[in-house]
Ligand binder design. Structure first.
Ligand code: SF4
Length: 436
């Protein structure tokens, strides 16, 4: 108990430390607040930005995460000031996709161009023109109402928040994320009504943006509304919050979530350096509240495109009670060409995981097929031959093994057994030989 308390105290201290950097209200931020009229936390906590008020006392975790968020780096000038990036390039890139790097996530950056930096700091490489497009998964085609993508019969994607705690430069949905005119709470009721009217929907995935940037009150309302729909069996929350702003996983929030089970959380860690004590506490709070937590990571060049990094990530996640679920091949999103790897790299990583770490820690490697064909799992070539009689396979060390197929009228004979034994390198006991 005492160690838990000290961890929590440390967490709030961290928030206070970051918050104490500056509470001056910056002009650009005032402008953004006015623009983001639908933002829950900005509306409710805007007093925190007023430099004429005394420094707020962050004595509770419900306030600490909001304050961290308000101290985010959000302008080309701030990026230039902190890391020396070219200001004109930053201005060009900001027009394509907003910038946000909150102080917690920024504190994980050790040096320019390291794996944390690359994920959130704009790069001139975003201007490279490749084969990438705005909406690679064709989500708009399957969107019956603005907040819903209904592709599979029994599942929907429900976009409930436009904001995130950081804006990832590789984001698949950057055409919409951070834009309150495209993902808006004004579409919330239409989305809930759509789900209510479609009785075939049994699984709802909440996404955005990041749903956990909404206020507790709003999250409670959304979960309650969905849980009241009899045919909705499962609610999933897609969120990067445990990785990028773990302070948001407050006791109050998990108490809200656990009222509406079964609720699953899919989070998004991409690198072992993101597995901090704060992140661990956030994931464990969810797990303790009975929420199964899975991880979906994206294979990103320069970030995690090697076997050692992925092994460390998957092993670390399991220790935090997070089950690795997917490694995604990077989507072909406009402005993200420089993050893409060849598909062979993902296969090599899966091969490098299998046999070397617990099967529990091995995710599926998938390509979300361009054009909206859904997720397709890819496996390294383990099968060499598959016919009516047998399957010939190679294990993780490259050694060959044979598995006999089931026959319509099996007539076991010692010769057959002997052949199989020889192929697989084991011996048949004398009793079995005698039997035949
Ligand atoms: S947190 Fe998720 S939705 Fe938000 S920018 Fe990152 S990848 Fe996109």
């Amino acid at each position: 108990m005492s160690s838990l308390l000290s961890t929590e105290q440390k967490l709030v201290q961290t928030a206070n430390l970051k918050a104490s950097v500056s509470v001056k209200t910056k002009p650009h931020r005032r402008k953004r607040i006015a623009e983001n009229r639908h933002s829950d936390f900005r509306r409710s906590e805007s007093h925190l930005l007023d430099s004429t008020l005394p420094m707020p006392i962050l004595d509770d975790e419900d306030t600490a995460w909001k304050h961290l968020l308000h101290q985010s780096i959000e302008t080309p000038e701030e990026v230039h000031e902190k890391w020396g990036e070219d200001i004109e390039t930053m201005k060009t890139l900001e027009k394509e996709f907003n910038i946000r790097i909150n102080p917690y996530y920024a504190s994980l950056i050790k040096e320019k161009n390291d794996p944390i930096y690359l994920q959130v700091v704009p790069s001139k490489n975003e201007l490279i023109k490749g084969c990438c497009v705005d909406d690679p998964l064709n989500e708009e085609r399957d969107s019956p109402v603005p907040s819903i993508t209904h592709r599979y019969p029994d599942r929907v994607l429900f976009l409930v928040a436009h904001e995130c705690a950081v804006y990832c430069r590789f984001c698949t949905r950057k055409r919409k994320v951070s834009d309150s005119s495209k993902i808006s709470l004004k579409y919330l009721e239409a989305g809930i009504n759509y789900i209510r009217e479609h009785k075939e929907i049994r699984d709802v995935v909440l996404s955005g943006g990041d749903p956990l940037t909404l206020s507790d009150r709003r999250i409670d309302y959304i979960l309650k509304s969905l849980r009241e729909i009899p045919h909705v069996e499962i609610i999933r929350i897609g969120t990067k919050i445990p990785c990028v702003l773990p302070q948001r996983i407050t006791k109050k929030l998990v108490n809200i979530i656990k009222k509406y089970h079964p609720v699953y959380v899919n989070t998004h860690f991409n690198h072992p350096r993101e597995l901090t004590p704060e992140a661990k506490q956030a994931c464990e709070r969810l797990a303790d509240a009975g929420v199964p937590v899975g991880n979906q990571c994206v294979l990103l060049k320069g970030v995690n495109d090697d076997v050692e990094t992925m092994r460390a990530l998957m092993k670390g996640l399991l220790k935090m009670r997070v089950r690795p679920y997917y490694i995604y091949q990077a989507d072909i999103v406009k402005g993200t060409e420089h993050f893409r790897t060849r598909v062979e790299k993902g296969l090599e990583i899966i091969q490098g995981l299998r046999g070397h770490i617990s099967g529990l820690a091995i995710p599926h490697f998938v390509i979300d097929s361009p054009g909206g064909g859904g997720k397709i799992p890819l496996l390294p070539h383990y099968i060499e031959k598959l016919d009516n009689d047998e399957v010939v396979m190679r294990n993780f060390k490259g050694e060959r093994y044979t598995y006999p197929q089931v026959q319509e009228n099996p007539t076991p004979a010692v010769e057959n057994l002997q052949t199989i034994a020889n192929q697989n390198g084991f011996q048949i006991g004398a009793e079995i030989q005698d039997y035949f």
